[in-house]
Design a protein around this ligand. Structure first.
Ligand code: NAP
Ligand code: HSE
Length: 458
């Protein structure tokens, strides 16, 4: 059954008695409805069971899972899942007045969005790990939660088990985040690490990431960069107070990277990472997601496998880093259960909605990608014959792009076999570089499209 969202004006506010019933209720169990029982939902059930006593003491009320929504009642589940609680009817959770708190770990924009909306309208606290939903509808859901005086908590949505949402919302409350540079897709980082260190192909590494529970239900969301872009939009809400149209964020994934790029990157002293980058430029913000070369000596170059890291620059604090496992059942469940505890404690204390009220966002324009400046790694597959260097350097020079280093590999001497000419440029405006590449692509010696990777060394 699918429940369509209601317009806010149609939705009744929770009755005073419903709010009152949830207040000062120490000892009375907090009843939880779980939407989804896959990788993350299974991890949440395991942690809630393993740490039940400790969590109950901290919440000052037992945390009890009352119903679990799934698609398939017959599927195998973690041992901690009581099959008697399973349902395929969302109304069993959303319309059950005894349920205080809904945990959404289904994924996708819909029907998850409709269910979260309905839960908030019913005066229930919501915990979600769904970054796609937050990137697409986060501001509207936060507004609704504030209006209905309930909490919407989403630590699990970014960085798996890393406490980045709390860090931005609470620890940075007195500072101004100037920039963030982050590895926030565990699957991409795992795949790039396996390709570089294990010589594994892209498709084999993706299969491994799926088996480990790191990848999205549709792994293209990871590999094509969209999952990291969703997370960047969520980070921008908290770091820069920005309401951003997620479709405007520049996104590139890792499909174009091959072994040759890893070898050249290494030769120039870099490692290839999939990064999400945000900068507050005052009049606008810069948000982009793409693979990039980072110096081998940098902290981010040494974040490998499923690990994630977010490097923050605070105006007063200076640099800081949060680091840990960015995907998988139990790491993500740690974040989700921490949110469950927070929301439960707020309900018990009669201050539901307080933490969500602290989130403020305004529309911020994005810097066009053509205005972004960077150093670049450029790889040109060319025919090995006289005049090629001039044909590459000429358009770059005319566009004001200065070459810092250059190598040619695979010289055949005959001019027949392709060779790679690889350049590292000085910092240049992306729009200028694109103009030069458009000219170079028309040259008869070009055998395939040039590869462009940005260098992130700030
Ligand atoms: P998953 O393993 O595919 O689990 C999804 C669960 O939701 C399944 O139990 C599925 O039911 C249920 N479900 C999906 N659509 C449904 C529908 N229309 N009606 C009823 N039940 C439905 O996904 P996951 O990896 O746990 O991810 C869940 C969420 O957490 C996603 O938003 C994801 O982006 C996010 N997340 C995942 C990770 C991670 O490492 N995996 C980390 C952080 C955040 P069936 O089991 O019956 O199919
Ligand atoms: N698919 C996501 C990743 C899960 O690989 O990072 C964690 O959000």
């Amino acid at each position: 059954m699918s429940i369509p969202p209601r317009a806010p004006s149609e939705a009744p506010a929770p009755s005073a008695s419903a709010v009152e019933r949830r207040r000062h209720r120490g000892g009375t169990p907090i009843q939880i409805g779980l939407l989804g029982c896959g990788t993350v939902g299974g991890g949440v059930l395991r942690l809630l069971a393993d740490n039940a006593r400790y969590l109950g003491e901290r919440a000052q009320a037992p945390l009890v899972v009352r119903r679990v929504l799934v698609r398939d009642l017959d599927k195998e589940r973690v041992a901690e899942c009581d099959r008697a609680l399973l349902t395929v009817n969302p109304a069993d959770i959303l319309d059950d007045p005894a349920i205080d708190l809904v945990v959404e770990v289904m994924g996708g924009e819909d029907p998850a969005g409709a269910y979260v909306t309905r839960a908030i309208e019913q005066g229930k606290g919501v915990v979600t790990a769904n970054k796609m939903l937050l990137a697409m509808r986060g501001p509207a859901l936060v507004d609704l939660a504030i209006e209905r005086r309930v909490d919407l908590a989403f630590e699990g949505a970014v960085g798996g088990g890393i406490p980045i949402i709390r860090t931005l919302r609470e620890a940075f409350a007195g500072d101004w985040v100037e920039s963030l540079t982050a590895i926030i897709n565990g699957t991409c980082n795992y795949v790039l690490t396996r390709m570089r260190e294990g010589g594994v192909s892209l498709s084999a590494a993706i299969t491994e990431a799926q088996a480990k529970g790191y990848a999205e239900a549709n792994p293209a969301l990871d590999v094509d960069g969209h999952d990291a872009a969703h997370k960047l939009v969520v980070l921008a809400m908290l770091a820069f107070g920005a309401r951003v149209d997620h479709r405007a964020v520049f996104v590139e994934g890792i499909r174009g990277i091959d072994e040759t790029d890893h070898v050249f990157a290494e030769r120039f002293g870099f490692a290839i990472k999939h990064l999400a980058i945000g900068r507050d430029l005052g009049a606008s913000i810069e948000l982009r997601v793409h693979p990039a070369l980072v110096p081998k000596s940098s902290v981010l170059a040494n974040v490998n496998g499923v690990l994630n890291a977010i490097h923050l620059e605070g105006r007063a604090l200076g640099p800081s880093l949060v680091y840990g496992r960015g995907a998988g059942d139990l790491p993500t469940a740690v974040s989700v259960v921490a949110d469950i505890l927070d929301v439960a404690r707020s309900i018990v204390a009669g201050v539901a909605g307080l933490q969500t009220r602290g989130i403020t966002m305004i529309p911020r324009p994005l810097l066009p990608m053509s205005e972004v400046t960077s150093r670049y790694y450029l790889r040109f597959p060319v025919a090995d014959r006289p005049g090629v260097m001039a044909g590459l350097a000429g358009p770059l020079g005319e566009a004001g792009v200065s070459i810092e280093q250059m190598v040619q590999q695979g010289a055949s001497g005959s001019g027949a076999a392709p060779v790679d000419v690889v350049m590292i440029t000085h910092r240049a405006r992306e729009g200028s570089l694109r103009e030069a590449l458009a000219q170079i692509e028309k040259q008869p010696f070009m055998i395939a499209a040039p590869r462009l990777l940005r260098i992130e060394d700030r």
